[in-house]
Design a protein around this ligand. Structure first.
Ligand SMILES: NC(=O)c1ccc[n+]([C@@H]2O[C@H](COP(=O)([O-])OP(=O)(O)OC[C@H]3O[C@@H](n4cnc5c(N)ncnc54)[C@H](OP(=O)(O)O)[C@@H]3O)[C@@H](O)[C@H]2O)c1
Length: 458
C-alpha cells in the first residue's frame, strides 16, 4: 500500500501552533551582524529589490538588525531600520520570519540560532564554523520545528555548490568532491609560485592587502577549508557532519623550494579539500596537494575558489567563483532567502528546491583513517651530493613504494642537491614509513617533504 512519506515522518510536520503564513505578504527578515557580509546583504537587497521580489514571488524586507556598534550600523542602514545590540531580540522577534546570522563565531551564534529555531523561524547563515561544530544539533532542532536552515554562503561563498549538489546533480551518485575552498591560502600559494616567495613573506603580503586576517590560523592551518569540506561531504554523500574526524594539514610548512620543485615535475601546489566515497567509508581531508599544472584546478589563481564534482551520470563538473567578499557572499545569502520565501509555509518534507531541513544523514559513513588513504605522492629529498639519488631510489624500492619518476632538481639556489620523486599510488601509512627511512639515510642532508598528488581524473 502506498504510504505518504510525509505522513510517515511526524517529526517533519511543522508545529501545529505555527502560524500558517500567507505566501503573498513580505518575508520579514531579522539580521544578526552588519559587517562585511551583512552590509553586502543590505546593499544588494536594496539595490535589486524588485528583481529579487519577482524571483521570490514576494517582497523580502529587513525589519531589524543587530550589531554591537549601533552608530556604525546606523551609518550603513540609515535611520529608519530598527537596530538592537541584543541579537536574542532578533532571534525571538515576533515580526521576524527568518533570521540571517552573519555575525560569526560558534558560542553565542549557536544560542541565537537555536533560539530562532525554537521560535519557529527559518535561519540563513554564512557561518561555516558554527555549522561544522554545532550543525548536527542545529539541523536536528530545525527538523523538529519544521523550519529551514540554509547555508549556501557558508560553503563556497559565491559558488552555488549546495544547490548544484542537491538539485542540479540530484540524479547522481557523487563519487568525489575536490575543492580549492579557501581564498586566503590560494592567494598565498599563488604568490609563492608566481614570485618565488617563502610562505612567511607571502602571508605578510596577504595580510597587508586584506586577504588574510591578523590572526590567520583558521585559514593557513586548513581549518576553514575543513569546515566547508564537512558541509560539502554531508551534501554530496548524505552523511552527518564529520568535521571532528577530518584530516587537516595547512600550508605553513611549505617552502618556496617545494613549490619550485613541484613545478619542475609539471605540478602546482594547492590547498585542496577532498571528500571521496570509498567502499569502506569516506576520505575527508584538507591538505596541500600537487595537481597537474595543465589541470583546470591548478589554474585557479589568487583568492578564487573552485569546486570539482565527480558524479556517476553527469561526469565531472567544475564550479568557479570568488572565495570571499561582501556582495559575493550576500549573493548566496539572498539566494537562500529567496528559497525560503518560496517555501515558507510549505510542508518541510515536500519542499523543492531541497532546502528541506538539511540533507538527511541517510549514510552514516565513517571517515577513513589517514594511513589508509592511497594516492600518488611527491617527495623532495635534500642530499649531500647528486649521487645520493641512487640511495634514495634503492630505499624506496626496499620500502615497496612504487616509483614513477626520480629526478634531480634543476636549480637549487644555494641549497643541497634535491632528489624529486613522483610515486605511484601508495597508502599514506606506507609513505610515512618510507619518508622515515629516507630521513635516516646518511646521504640525506635535510628534512624530507612528502605531499599528496591529486590527479582529479575524470
Ligand atoms: N567575509 C567574507 O567574505 C565571508 C565569506 C563567507 C562567509 N563568511 C562568514 O560570514 C560571517 C560574518 O562574516 P563577516 O566577514 O561579515 O564578519 P564581520 O565583518 O566581522 O561582521 C560581523 C558582524 O557581526 C556583528 N556582531 C558580532 N558579534 C556580535 C554580538 N555579540 N552582538 C551583536 N553583533 C555582533 C558585528 O557587529 P559590530 O561591527 O558592531 O562589532 C558585525 O556587524 C562569519 O561567520 C564568516 O565566516 C564571511
Amino acid at each position: 500500500m502506498y504510504r505518504d512519506p510525509v505522513e510517515s515522518h511526524a517529526s517533519l510536520t511543522p508545529l501545529a501552533s505555527r502560524e500558517q503564513r500567507p505566501s503573498t505578504r513580505a518575508l520579514r527578515v531579522g539580521m544578526i551582524g552588519i559587517g562585511t557580509v551583512g552590509s553586502g546583504t543590505f546593499r544588494v537587497l536594496a539595490r535589486n529589490h524588485a528583481e529579487i521580489a519577482a524571483r521570490a514571488g514576494r517582497s523580502i524586507e529587513l525589519v531589524i538588525v543587530a550589531a554591537r556598534n549601533l552608530t556604525r550600523a546606523s551609518s550603513i542602514v540609515g535611520p529608519d531600520l530598527p537596530l538592537t545590540d541584543d541579537p536574542m531580540q532578533v532571534a525571538t522577534h515576533p515580526d521576524v520570519d527568518v533570521v540571517v546570522e552573519v555575525a560569526g563565531g560558534t558560542g553565542p551564534a549557536r544560542d541565537w540560532v537555536l533560539a530562532a529555531i525554537a521560535h519557529g523561524k527559518h535561519v540563513v547563515t554564512a557561518n561555516k564554523a558554527l555549522l561544522a561544530v554545532h550543525g548536527e544539533e542545529i539541523f536536528a532542532a530545525a527538523r523538529v520545528q519544521g523550519v529551514v536552515v540554509a547555508y549556501e554562503g557558508a560553503v563556497a561563498v559565491s559558488i552555488p555548490i549546495v544547490k548544484a549538489l542537491r538539485e542540479g546533480l540530484a540524479a547522481n551518485r557523487i563519487e568525489w568532491v575536490a575543492g580549492i575552498i579557501n581564498g586566503t591560502t590560494n592567494f598565498i600559494l599563488s604568490k609563492m609560485r608566481d614570485e618565488g616567495l617563502d610562505f612567511a613573506v607571502a602571508l605578510a603580503q596577504a595580510q597587508a592587502l586584506g586577504y588574510a586576517e591578523a590572526d590567520p590560523t583558521f585559514d593557513i592551518d586548513g581549518i576553514d577549508a575543513a569546515h566547508k569540506l564537512s558541509l560539502l561531504a554531508a551534501n554530496a554523500f548524505g552523511m552527518p557532519l564529520r568535521f571532528a574526524d577530518a584530516q587537516i594539514e595547512g600550508i605553513a610548512q611549505l617552502k618556496a623550494i617545494d613549490v619550485a620543485c613541484a613545478e619542475q615535475l609539471g605540478f602546482r601546489i594547492k590547498l585542496l579539500g577532498v571528500a571521496r566515497r570509498q567502499a569502506q567509508g569516506v576520505e575527508l581531508r584538507v591538505q596541500p596537494a600537487l595537481i597537474p599544472a595543465t589541470h583546470l584546478m591548478a589554474n585557479v589563481h589568487g583568492a578564487m575558489n573552485a569546486v570539482m564534482v565527480k558524479a556517476d551520470a553527469a561526469g565531472v563538473t567544475l564550479y568557479y567563483g570568488a572565495g570571499a567578499g561582501s556582495e559575493q557572499t550576500a549573493s548566496a545569502v539572498i539566494a537562500d532567502l529567496v528559497d525560503v520565501a518560496r517555501l515558507d509555509g510549505a510542508d518541510a518534507a515536500r519542499q523543492v528546491p531541497h532546502l528541506g531541513v538539511h540533507a538527511h544523514a541517510t549514510n552514516d559513513l565513517p571517515v577513513l583513517p589517514r594511513a589508509a588513504v592511497s594516492t600518488p605522492h611527491f617527495l623532495r629529498v635534500p642530499v649531500r651530493s647528486a649521487s645520493g639519488i641512487q640511495r634514495v631510489a634503492a630505499c624506496l624500492a626496499e620500502q615497496q613504494v612504487p616509483v614513477r619518476q626520480v629526478a634531480l632538481a634543476a636549480r637549487c639556489e644555494g641549497a643541497d642537491p634535491q632528489v624529486l620523486v613522483l610515486t605511484g599510488p601508495a597508502a599514506q601509512g606506507v609513505l610515512d614509513l618510507a619518508a622515515h627511512a629516507l630521513q635516516s639515510l646518511a646521504e640525506v642532508s635535510g628534512g624530507v617533504t612528502s605531499l599528496r598528488v591529486e590527479e582529479l581524473a575524470a
